[in-house]
Design a protein around this ligand. Structure first.
Ligand code: AMP
Length: 305
């Protein structure tokens, strides 16, 4: 099944208690597309970068089977840049700088060859652009998932609610779920967010795992407790890439299958945080993924006699 990922491909500058990086490649769509490549071979990317973006990274996408026909390179423009600094506990971070560059007023171009896509992942970006992208597909994909952040709730809530009303699945973190719904209880927040449109909601709780909601059903998946979390950047996007990649691979939208997808998403996110940026998810083997899934099964299963 084909998957289309739309979102930022970026340069990130990162500071964590473990060290700092200069500009390295990041961006929501980078993490999503690379991660999904471990699940689906029909993996299309729509994004935009400037002439400063390394050609080698475009090759890396292609080596992972990511179709880069929809990756626009604006030679006279600058790639989106984000500078983040994590607090001591790694659960919180400050944005020190954001330079939109070529993402400013971006009008995504969807290649004709992407038009029949069945699964769509709208990575975190300006809600109006997410909406525009959805409208540009002549046939609505059978499953549309969207990731967003508190920034858009602060400055573009109406646009965000408009696009949310047309999607199938929303992923946000617990703080954002509370902000979007105005309700502290995550269970009540989930109800009111699903009433805004999406039938399925995933609430990410960082090192405390993730909750999957659909109608009256709830499923919980823990995060793997790791000895060292090196850099959480992109963990949410990697989670989304694993979730939708698995759904696209299995072409099964049942709640039971989404539970499995949640485990795959969490397993992939646990790799992401082991190194800076996307380095770890560029170099995974199927064996490592299988072993990590087995660790999750072990971690979360129990019997009651
Ligand atoms: P995450 O840690 O999953 O929230 O994602 C981090 C990635 O999101 C980084 O690689 C950034 O380049 C990207 N990012 C940060 N802010 C924005 C923004 N306003 N629009 C699009 N992408 C962003």
């Amino acid at each position: 099944m084909s998957l289309l990922t739309v979102g930022s491909v970026a340069f990130d500058k990162l500071e964590t208690p473990f060290g700092k990086t200069d500009k390295i490649v990041g961006g929501a769509a980078t993490f999503i597309a690379l991660t999904a490549s471990y699940f689906t071979k029909n993996n299309n990317l729509v994004s935009i970068v400037g002439g400063d973006f390394p050609k080698q990274m475009i090759k890396t996408f292609q080596e992972h089977g990511v179709n880069t026909e929809g990756l626009e390179v604006k030679e006279d423009g600058k790639t989106f840049f984000w500078h983040g600094k994590y607090h001591e506990d790694m659960n919180n971070r400050d944005t020190l700088d954001t330079q939109l560059g070529v993402l400013d007023n971006w009008n995504p171009i969807i290649p004709d060859s992407y038009q029949d896509t069945q699964f769509l992942m709208l990575g975190n970006m300006v809600p109006a652009i997410q909406h525009q992208t959805l409208r540009k597909l002549k046939t609505r994909p059978k499953f549309v998932m969207l990731d967003t952040m508190n920034l858009w709730m602060d400055i573009a809530m109406d646009d965000l609610k408009n696009v949310i009303s047309e999607i199938d699945c929303l992923t946000i973190n617990d703080g954002e779920a509370r902000q979007l719904s105005g309700d502290y209880s995550l269970r009540r927040a989930a109800k009111s967010i699903m009433a805004m449109g999406p039938k399925t909601l995933i609430i990410k709780k960082g090192e405390h795992g993730a909750l999957l909601f659909q109608e009256d059903k709830i499923f919980f998946c823990p995060a793997l407790p790791l000895e060292d979390v090196f850099d959480p950047t992109g963990a949410g996007d990697t989670f989304a890439g694993g979730f939708i990649g698995y759904i696209a691979k299995t072409d099964d939208l049942s709640f039971e299958n989404m539970k499995r997808a949640l485990i795959y998403g969490s397993a992939m996110a646990s790799f992401c945080v082991e190194k800076f940026g996307s380095e770890r998810i560029q170099n995974l083997t199927q064996n490592e993924i299988n072993n990590r899934i087995a660790e999750f099964v072990q971690l979360a299963s129990f019997e009651i006699k």
